[in-house]
Write a protein that binds this ligand. Structure first.
Ligand code: NAP
Length: 307
C-alpha cells in the first residue's frame, strides 16, 4: 500500500471486478481487490462456459484462474476480506472489513449477486444436508442418487445437465411450462434420458430428519399435492443483489441494485458499479466484463481529472 492508500479499490473479484482491475492496472493505477469468498464469482459454478467470445468451451474455474493470473502479473493487491462498510473521508473512501480499514481515491463495486432461496418450510435446516445451490460443487455427493433441480433459467437447466452425468435421475421442477433458458440447452435437456421435466409445479416444503428425504410438490394448475423422494435438491431460482451494506455510500433501487450512468458511475462521485450488482437489463459474463472495462476507464479518468 502506498502512503495515501490505493488509487482504486475494487469490491468483488468476479469477472467484472477482475476486468476492472486489468484495465485500471494497465492505466498505471494502484489497485486493491477485496473479495471475501473465492475469486471468480458465478462462473466458478459453471462447468463449461460456452458463450465467451473466442473461447467456445472453457471451464469456469479455468477462465477465472486465467483472469486472476493476468491481473496478478500486473501487480494487483488481492486481499481476502469482505467489505462491511464504505464511507467518504477527506476526499477518499474508507473501506472497513472485519479486520482492517483500507482507503482508496475511487471505488468500483463489483459485488455480483447471491442465490435467491425458495423460502419454504424445511429449507434452512437442510441447506448443506441435501439442499444445495451449486451442482458443480456438490453434484458428486449425489452420485447414482435421485435428485431434483428447481428453476427454469439457464442455471437450472445447466445444473440439470451436469447432474445427469453423475446422478441416476434428475427431476427438473419448474413453476411454468415454458422455460426462459436458452433453446439449445433445452434441446439437450429434452434429449436426456435421465432428466424428467416436472412443469407447472412448485416446491411447498422440504422434508427430512437429518438429511433431505423428500419434497412436497404442488401442481399450480390442478392444485394437487404429492411427495417426491430425492436425496438432493439444487435450487436455481434466480439471484438477489447483495448491496445492503453499501446503502449509506450509494443509492440503491427498490430491488437493491445500484443505478449508474452510462459510465458506470453511481450517484456518489468516485464510486462506480460494474457487473450483476448494477441496475441493468442483461446479466451475462460478457456484460460483466464490459462493465468492468467501462467502470475502470471512467474511474481512471475521474481520478486524473481530480488531480
Ligand atoms: P433466472 O434467469 O432469473 O431464472 C430463475 C428461474 O427461477 C426462473 O425460471 C423463475 O421462474 C424461477 N423462479 C424464480 N423464483 C422462483 C420461486 N420462488 N419458485 C420457483 N421458481 C422460481 O436465473 P438464473 O438461471 O440463475 O440466471 C441468472 C442470469 O445469469 C440470467 O441472466 C442468465 O441468463 C444468466 N446465466 C447465463 C448462463 C449462460 O450460460 N448463458 C448460465 C447461467 C446464468 P420464471 O421463469 O417463471 O420467472
Amino acid at each position: 500500500m502506498n502512503q495515501t492508500g490505493y488509487d482504486i479499490a475494487i469490491v468483488g473479484a468476479g469477472p467484472a471486478g477482475m476486468t476492472a482491475a486489468l484495465y485500471a492496472l494497465r492505466a498505471g493505477k494502484t489497485v486493491l481487490l477485496l473479495e471475501g469468498q473465492a475469486y471468480g464469482g458465478q462462473i466458478i459454478q459453471s462447468p463449461k462456459v460456452e458463450n465467451y467470445p473466442g473461447a467456445p468451451e472453457i471451464g469456469g474455474v479455468e477462465l477465472a484462474e486465467q483472469m486472476m493470473g493476468q491481473i496478478r502479473a500486473l501487480g494487483v493487491e488481492m486481499i481476502a476480506e469482505s467489505v462491511q462498510r464504505i464511507h467518504p473521508e477527506d476526499n477518499r473512501f474508507r473501506m472497513e472489513t472485519f479486520a482492517h480499514v483500507y482507503t482508496a481515491s475511487a471505488v468500483i463495486l463489483a459485488t455480483g449477486v447471491g442465490h435467491r432461496k425458495l423460502g419454504v418450510p424445511g429449507e434452512e435446516a437442510l441447506i448443506g444436508r441435501g439442499v444445495s445451490f451449486c451442482a458443480t460443487c456438490d453434484g458428486m455427493f449425489f452420485r447414482r442418487r435421485e435428485v431434483a433441480v428447481v428453476g427454469g433459467g439457464n442455471t437450472a437447466v445447466q445444473d440439470a445437465l451436469v447432474l445427469a452425468e453423475i446422478c441416476s435421475k434428475v427431476y427438473l421442477i419448474h413453476r411454468r411450462d415454458s422455460f426462459r433458458a436458452e433453446a439449445h440447452l433445452m434441446e439437450r435437456v429434452r434429449s436426456s434420458e435421465k432428466i424428467e421435466i416436472i412443469p407447472d409445479t412448485v416446491v411447498t416444503a422440504i422434508r427430512g430428519e437429518m438429511r433431505l428425504e423428500s419434497l412436497t410438490l404442488r401442481n399450480t394448475k390442478s392444485g394437487e399435492e404429492c411427495e417426491l423422494a430425492v436425496a438432493g435438491l439444487f435450487e436455481a431460482v434466480g439471484t438477489l443483489p447483495q448491496n445492503a451494506a453499501f446503502a449509506d455510500a450509494v443509492a440503491l433501487d427498490a430491488e437493491g441494485y445500484i443505478p449508474t450512468d452510462a459510465d458506470c458511475m453511481t450517484a456518489t462521485p468516485g464510486i462506480f458499479a460494474a457487473g450483476d450488482c448494477r441496475q441493468k437489463a442483461v446479466r451475462q459474463l460478457t456484460t460483466a466484463t464490459a462493465d468492468g472495462t467501462v467502470a475502470a476507464l471512467a474511474a481512471v479518468e475521474w481520478l486524473n481529472r481530480a488531480r
